[in-house]
Design a protein around this ligand. Structure first.
Ligand code: MG
Length: 388
């Protein structure tokens, strides 16, 4: 029997890499459904190649065009739109595995549905863990949903854990490339442009996560992600800059050993690890050539250079509602930067303002999460006006 996959965000970088891996293992996996936001042409060519049972498009304006094109291609794929329809699709009893590749809080609802439906989940978006990590992991345990991390650092950690010795872990080390501004003089930060910020030195990623890598907010979000995924306290998680992005993360054991995972920077590696787990399958990516590799460096994270990271580190330690507030403010601030409405160096100021004006509270339900998220977004929009 083939494993039936639903790929959420099929036209994004996680989605396209997943399909590349799947195309090498069509004896093991069947693409049951694809979901995308608005990249119709790519979605159609994916339908032609993988012939899914369902295709979902979140922007219903494209429905008619997809329908006509699929008819021309003689495909029996059913087309749906709308968020409740997507939830139904994810919950379909024929579905075994859901690849959650929709970035930002837009991917939260469908990820929650996948957990509630007890599916195996390849989690690529951080928001379910950042916004409601405790609730998400409690639900996963309750509904017996297996969560496998696609995020390269967490995937590396998953690979470094030892089945019977995890109690002996003293700390984990997340590595960070340092992004495009690792060596930029601090006095030039005020002039950083969008193309410069989008140009990640070692990974090719979507715009939001590229900016999060440039500010290193991404690594702060990853601390929160790791805390929930693997039940660690913020203090047990260390972050090091590793400009070569060869070591993707490390686990330190009480006996003095450090176990690291090394590989090329290609998301097909963590994706195939998760798809095949507990076995390994071929990703189509070769091993690193260590002889030709430049020397590997590990550096401390600088407070002056990456204020967003230290903000996020504090938020991770404080917990409760703060990660939701920070995540919402960051999404708004980054979007404003992408649209040329705020300067790079002010992304941090907007987030800090929103956090400062919030009164920390306990999170008891998903409704609390959505409520705080909404309030924080509105607050971030207000704060943004001060920096225009
Ligand atoms: Mg990552």
């Amino acid at each position: 029997m083939k494993e039936n996959l639903v790929i959420l965000g099929s036209t994004g970088s996680i989605g396209t890499n997943t399909l590349e891996v799947v195309s090498k293992h069509t004896d093991k996996y069947k693409v049951f459904a694809l979901s995308a936001h608005s990249s119709v042409d790519l979605l159609l060519s994916q339908c032609q190649e993988f012939e899914p049972n369902f295709v979902h498009i979140s922007d219903s304006i494209h429905l008619k065009r997809i329908k006509t094109s699929l008819e021309k291609l003689n495909l029996s794929t059913q087309i749906i739109s709308g968020s409740s329809e997507l939830n139904e699709l994810v919950a379909n009893e024929k579905v075994d595995t859901v690849v959650c590749g929709i970035s930002g809080s837009a991917g939260l609802e469908s990820s929650l549905q996948a957990v509630k439906s007890g599916k195996k989940i390849l989690l690529a978006n951080k928001e379910p863990l950042v916004m409601c990590g405790s609730l998400f992991m409690e639900m996963a345990a309750k509904y017996k949903s297996k969560i496998l991390p696609v995020d390269s650092e967490h995937n590396a950690l998953h690979q470094c854990f030892s089945k019977n010795e995890n109690k002996l872990i003293s700390k984990i080390i997340l590595t960070a490339s340092g992004g495009p501004f690792l060596n930029t003089p601090l006095k030039e930060f005020k002039n950083i442009t969008l193309p410069e910020a989008l140009k990640h030195p070692t990974w090719v990623m979507g715009p939001k996560i590229s900016i999060d890598s440039a500010t290193m907010m991404n690594k702060g979000l990853e601390i929160i992600e790791a805390m929930h995924l693997f039940s660690f306290k913020a203090k047990q998680i260390e972050v090091m800059i590793h400009p070569q992005s060869v070591v993707h993360s490390m686990v330190c054991y009480g006996d003095g050993s450090i176990i690291a995972q090394l590989s090329q920077n290609d998301m097909k590696i963590p994706i195939s690890y998760c798809l095949g787990w507990p076995k390994r399958i071929n990703s189509g990516v070769g091993s690193l050539n260590l002889i030709n590799q430049p020397p590997l460096n590990f550096l401390e994270v600088s407070k002056d250079r990456y204020p967003c990271f230290f903000l996020a580190k504090n938020v991770a330690e404080e917990g409760d509602s703060l990660p939701i507030v920070m995540n919402a403010a960051n999404e708004i601030a980054v979007e404003a930067f992408l649209n040329g409405k705020v300067k790079f160096k002010n992304i941090h100021s907007v987030i800090e303002d929103v956090i400062t004006s919030h009164n920390k509270q306990k999170i008891r339900s998903i409704e609390d999460v959505f409520e705080i998220d909404k309030i924080s977004r509105n607050d971030a929009m207000d704060q943004l006006k001060r920096y225009n």
